[in-house]
Design a protein. Structure first.
Length: 143
């Protein structure tokens, strides 16, 4: 069964007419967000207002995933995430949902089937995302 986060990510992918490797930064720009590279040492991303800061150390596939993850937070979880993490038990759920959104925005099970992609590395290469995240997310995204 597809989660709400996956449905929202898949619907955004379809509404924007996205196929194959998605330019997550262009999607962020279309949604009114600016993506900037920042020398983050422990975090991979952080967002403030309409800006998404992404760690300078990330390779292109991880950068794509992290931007999509941050968009998941923006779309699914409006409000102050730092406050919510410090004062509630919602942090793990919010992170899981952002990951599910990112997977559905960046990968499409129908395209996998149409292109007859069999291995996680093939899916990762086609969509331009990290292989380990394909193995975690893709079984959930195929419907």
């Amino acid at each position: 069964m597809m989660t709400r986060a996956q449905r929202v990510g898949r619907e955004m992918r379809r509404q924007l007419g996205l196929q194959g490797e998605v330019d997550a930064e262009a999607v962020a720009n279309r949604l009114g967000c600016e993506v900037v590279t920042w020398p983050l040492l422990t975090l991979e991303e952080m967002a403030s207002g309409d800006a998404i800061a992404v760690a300078k150390r990330l390779n292109p596939s991880w950068r794509r995933w992290v931007v999509a993850h941050a968009l998941g937070h923006k779309v699914l979880h409006p409000g102050n995430h730092a406050w919510m993490r410090a004062r509630t038990q919602l942090g793990h759920r919010l992170e899981r949902e952002a990951e599910e959104f990112a997977g559905a925005l960046l990968m499409d099970g129908r395209e996998v089937a149409e292109r007859r992609l069999l291995y996680s590395w093939e899916v990762a290469e086609y969509f331009g995302v990290p292989d380990e995240l394909v193995r975690l997310q893709m079984p959930l995204a195929i419907e």
